[in-house]
Design a protein around this ligand. Sequence first.
Ligand code: ZN
Length: 162
Amino acid sequence: MSTIADGKVVSFHYTLTNDKGEVVDTSRDRDEPLPYLHGGQNIVPGLERQLTGKQVGDKLEVTVSPTEGYGERDPALTQQVPKDAFPDDLEIAVGMQFVAQSNAGPVPIWIAAIEGDTITIDQNHPLSGETLHFDVEVVEIRDATDEEKEHGHPHGPEGHQH
Ligand code: ZN
């Protein structure tokens, strides 16, 4: 029986809850389990590590600390900017993610708060600083193709899509 190891494409169902017990994300309302390439850093390190060696049908509850999840929060990565800094035609909403250009290349930025004409932007992932609780069921394990290994991510039935 196949077990989860580097070079396998694994599909799993998951429900992610935060420390308050709120469901943050779940694959259950999308029907399709989430595929990822094990060893490809497609998912947070703590979840990938604890899935190693598991088999189809295994169900597990995985707790992931911030350091093995989306990192600790760094208050220095939060910044307030005037609304004028954004294009007029852009509808800004809390939780919106976009990519900003920096000296170090493109960085993801989230809108953390909007107060009047002041926008708080945050380079911390919204789940940084959170202990993550995954309720996981392993659905499928298969060998990755050479192309998938080369790309570092799984491909769907129609091949590379992203
Ligand atoms: Zn690809």
